[in-house]
Every structure is written in C-alpha cells, then in structure tokens.
Design a protein. Structure first.
Length: 331
C-alpha cells in the first residue's frame, strides 16, 4: 500500500448545496418497470427521496452557491484564494473549465491557480489531496468545489439508475496550517480493465453495470480500503468516523460493516437526497454541522474508473459546516 502524506493544510469549512426538486425515488422509475418493482428497486438502494435540479440549474450554479456559502461561513474573501479546484463529471462546458467559470463569478485574483478534475465517485478525495498540496505550497487558501447534475445524464428508461442518481454540490475551504499535527494520509487505486462498468460518454447518458460496480466495491475496493486502514493506522478504534461515498445505502452499510464500523461511526448523509456522485462525501460531512469539528475521519470514494481513493484527515476544532437548499442565487 502506497501512502501519500501531506502536511501543512487544514479544512476550515464545508458547505453543501442541495437543489430544488424533492422526488420520490420509487415514483421516478414506476412508469418504467411498474410500481412493485420500482418500490423494490428504491428499497434496495435505500434512498427514499432524491434531490434533483430544475431545468436550467446546472452544476456551475450549484457549485457557485456552495462556494459563496463556504467562503462566508469561513470568513474568507475571494481575494484570499490562491487556487480553485473543481471536481465534476458534468461541468456543463468542455471549455472553459468549471474552475475558471467559478474564478470569474467570484472575482478571484488573476494569479489564482485554476484546476479541473473530471473524476467520478472518488473525486472529492483526489480534489482534497490536490487542494492540500496547493495550500501548503502557496501559503494561501484554496477553494475546493465538487458537484454534479447527474439527473440530466440518466437514461429515462434505466430503472436501475432512476432511483439512485441525484444532484448536489459542495465546497470546502482548505487553508495552509503550521500547527503541529499528524499529516493527512491518502491512498489511491485503479482498475481500468473494468472501466466500462460505469461510463458517461460526451453528451451521452450514464451507463452502469450495477452488478459489476457492486462486485468491485465489495471486493477490490473493500480490500483496498482495508489495506489503507492498516497502513494509515485508520482502524475503527483510531478514527471518529467513516465517511464513505454514498453509492447506495445498502452498499454503504455492507461495506462499513465489513470494515468494522458500526452504524453510529458511519456518516451517511444522503438517505433523503440520493447519490450525488463524488459530492456525497462533503455532503455527509456538511450535514453533521458543528458536530463534525475536531473529528478524525476516514473518507473513502469508490466507483467510476473503476477506482477508489481514501484519506485519513482531522478536522480542526474551529471547523464550520452547513448544508442548505439552493434558492436560485444570482451568479
């Protein structure tokens, strides 16, 4: 197991933004497969309701709203930013990048680094690693945005995807820190040979081999996370919470149990909002609010790639967190 250590960074705040529509997960696919099968599919996924963006609300809008809220609750001005990292598989435009669009909307400094990551389920962990590197290297604050509007990319005849995929965005403020503390630890793994199990072509629809993804998460990804826990000393007794990607509640629960985490030590935050992609990790953190401050976390994302990523981090005592509803803010 290769560990990547990073010193000199902390997370000041996380703000998560949920879009306007609340949809019943079973009703989403009842017209496709019938009410009985739809209710069974929704129950298997574990999502009662999904949060979906209205037509015209895109990833940029949700990310901009979450970015402004994260800046506000952390007391950070756009002029303080030395970098913006944006994670999304549905950025809306191929060019300019989502990070550059956020840069313009926020009026960040011209010497601010802008970086886009086109990564799915493990994307937040990758983004957090890059943001921590930028914060430590530049000595300035970094805005990490992670968001997707997946509902627009779902095949309307796919009864397996309709009660699962949802929309959301989240933003984190990562700052340089000279406090003496254990370094953040990261681990990464990929299995590109199985890449076609979850794919999204340019301008196309999400295609998913549900059983293939499930097999990957419960075998290869679980083994990877278990190895990371041993190498990083991140076993259940040494961390306060496990924050997994919210692929679906059944899969998350099974994975957490296999790793030795009780339901009380597993942070789920998407039962009423669905799987928003890689933003599910910061959404789960944001929904904890002030209770997240000071906690030692094991975060893990797994899925698209097929790939997985894990991080052992500690949130500072002054950490701020908030989850809010999108209200169509002006960009």
């Amino acid at each position: 197991m290769k560990l990547v250590a990073q010193n000199g960074a902390r997370i000041d705040a996380v703000a998560a933004c949920l879009p306007e529509i609340r949809a019943d997960a079973a009703e989403r696919c009842a017209a496709v497969c019938g009410r009985e099968k739809a209710e069974s599919a929704a129950a298997a996924a574990g999502f009662r309701t999904l949060r979906l963006a209205k037509p015209g609300t895109d990833t940029f809008a949700l990310c901009a709203a979450s970015a402004r809220r994260a800046l506000a609750i952390s007391g950070t001005a756009p002029g303080d930013l030395s970098a913006i990292v944006a994670v999304s598989i549905t950025p809306g435009l191929e060019m300019p990048g989502l990070s550059h669009r956020l840069h313009g909307a926020l009026r960040a400094p011209r010497d601010c680094i802008c970086t886009d990551l086109r990564l799915a389920c493990p994307g937040f962990v990758h983004g957090l690693h890059i943001a921590s590197v930028y914060a430590a290297a530049t000595g300035g604050k970094v805005l990490l945005c992670d968001g997707d509007v997946q509902s627009a990319a779902i095949n309307p005849a796919d009864a397996g995807a309709l009660p699962v995929f949802a929309d959301a965005a989240a933003a984190a403020i990562v700052s340089p820190s000279d406090e003496a503390r254990d370094p953040w630890l990261f681990g990464f793994m990929s299995d590109g040979a199985e890449a076609d199990a979850l794919r999204l072509s340019c301008g196309g629809r999400i295609e998913m081999d549900g059983f293939g993804v499930f097999r990957f998460v419960t075998s290869a990804a679980a083994d990877f996370i278990r190895g990371f826990m041993d190498a990083a000393d991140a076993r259940p007794e040494n961390v306060d919470a496990f924050v997994p990607h919210q692929a679906n509640m059944y899969m998350t629960g099974r994975l957490a149990k296999s790793l030795g985490f009780t339901p009380e030590k597993t942070w789920n935050g998407c039962e009423e909002s669905g799987n928003p992609g890689s933003a599910s990790i910061p959404v789960a953190i944001a929904k904890r609010g002030p209770d997240a401050a000071g906690k030692r976390l094991l975060a893990a994302g797994f899925g698209g790639g097929l790939s997985a990523a894990a991080a052992k981090i500690a949130l500072p005592d002054g950490f701020k967190a908030e989850c809010f509803d999108f209200a169509g803010e002006e960009l």
